[in-house]
Ligand binder design. Structure first.
Ligand code: UD1
Length: 355
């Protein structure tokens, strides 16, 4: 069995790590192709080092560009690599532009595609990731789902049962594996932040590209920071938007992007998380930390129905919601298959389809 993994952007890396490890144990051949969608040390290389992923065998160096250009560059540069290496399966992760581009290039060459994190839907096509999810799932030959509802969604959309495998959540494999190293990282003490901080991340165009909405979010965070420490590792895109709009964050501690261990150290000890990230909605549910997601919808409904996630449509409500937590800490339970063994089930699903 010969596998080719596609990794492109930051959220792909914690999904790839446990699958790569499980495939090593299975003794199959595997190569990693990094598309270069994310390229800063703190957005990419640092994750490979911390998560124990080997240096990619190929880097397509596509860099930042408009959606069409970025997607097209991945397809154009990946095609000869696929022709040359002829894997049995291409594994694509999540919902970034590199995911859909690789699924398109591989399926047109008749190479089977397995999609890790299939079946998630926000039903909001204003999100570029929603389009990436739908197209990737339509093309994939094996749909590896993180939750039962995702499998049901795919069945409703007409995907055949034999192409769907509920495997659980690989993000939680990485979380379980990395938690001791994260706790030992000493990041919080270096930062001078104890238990009970509010950790913030924001990078979605729907939150950061509109200066009026971004200004309202910032006002809420400023207010919160007068009551407890607020730590905000900011995505490069968000930094640019804050600077361009001249928005001040008051006492909020704004950091450059941080590594996986540092982030996990902050989150596992946080009072609450305020975010628009998909991964953090899942990680907070797994850790039982209250999460307020600044979005109208989520493609991860299990984090709301079973976990600790609450959708917040009005950014001015955030400070009040976090303050209320002293009275009413949300209780959640850990969804099925979020147990640290999803990657092993992925290997099993691939082995069952070996030919
Ligand atoms: C991408 C994904 C998003 C994911 C996010 C996590 C798509 C459509 N979006 O969004 O789903 O949640 O990654 O980070 O694939 N930049 C840098 N350094 C980098 C990478 C990007 O400075 O290493 C800056 C550039 O100005 C770039 C901007 O960030 O233009 C946006 O990067 P891009 O990869 O296009 O999208 P993200 O917002 O990161």
């Amino acid at each position: 069995m010969r596998l080719l993994h596609i990794a492109g952007a930051r959220p792909n890396f914690p999904k790839l790590a446990p699958v790569h490890r499980a495939v090593c144990i299975a003794g199959w051949e595997q190569v990693i192709v990094h598309t270069g969608q994310h390229y800063d040390l703190a957005m990419s290389e640092q994750f490979f080092e911390q998560l124990g992923i080997p240096t990619p065998d190929e880097n397509l160096e596509v860099g930042s560009a408009s959606h069409a250009v970025q997607t097209a560059r991945v397809m154009e540069r990946l095609e000869p690599v696929l022709v040359d290496r002829r894997p049995d399966w291409v594994l694509v992760y999540g919902d970034v532009n590199s995911t859909v581009a690789a699924a398109l290039a591989a399926s047109k060459l008749g190479i089977r595609v397995a999609h890790v994190e299939a079946g998630l839907r926000s039903y909001d096509r204003a999100m570029p990731e929603e389009i990436n999810r739908i197209v990737t799932d339509r093309l994939a030959d094996l749909l590896l789902t993180p939750s039962r509802d995702a499998s049901e969604t795919l069945k409703r959309e007409g995907e055949p049962d034999e192409e769907i495998a509920f495997v659980g959540n690989v993000m939680i494999d990485t979380l379980v594996h990395a938690l001791p190293a994260a706790r030992a990282s000493g990041f919080r003490s270096q930062l001078g932040v104890g238990d009970g901080a509010v950790v913030v991340t924001l990078h979605r165009p729907s939150n950061v590209d509109d200066p009026v909405r971004l200004g309202r979010i910032a006002a809420g965070l400023r207010q919160l920071a007068t009551t407890r420490p607020v730590v905000f590792p900011a995505h490069p895109r968000t930094r640019q938007r804050l600077a361009a709009a001249g928005i001040d964050l008051g006492e909020v501690l704004v950091l450059d992007p941080i590594g996986y261990f540092a982030m996990l150290d902050l989150v596992q000890s946080a009072f609450a998380v305020v975010t628009d990230s998909g991964g953090l909605q899942e990680e907070t549910t797994a850790l039982g930390i209250p999460c307020f997601t600044l979005r109208d919808n989520t493609e991860r409904p299990v984090t709301v129905t079973e976990g600790t996630n609450v959708l917040v449509r009005d950014p001015s409500a955030v400070a009040g919601l976090v303050s209320e937590l002293t009275q009413r800490k949300p209780q959640g339970r850990i969804p099925e298959g979020w147990d640290g063994h999803a990657a092993e089930r992925i290997v099993q699903a691939l082995a069952e389809r070996d030919r």
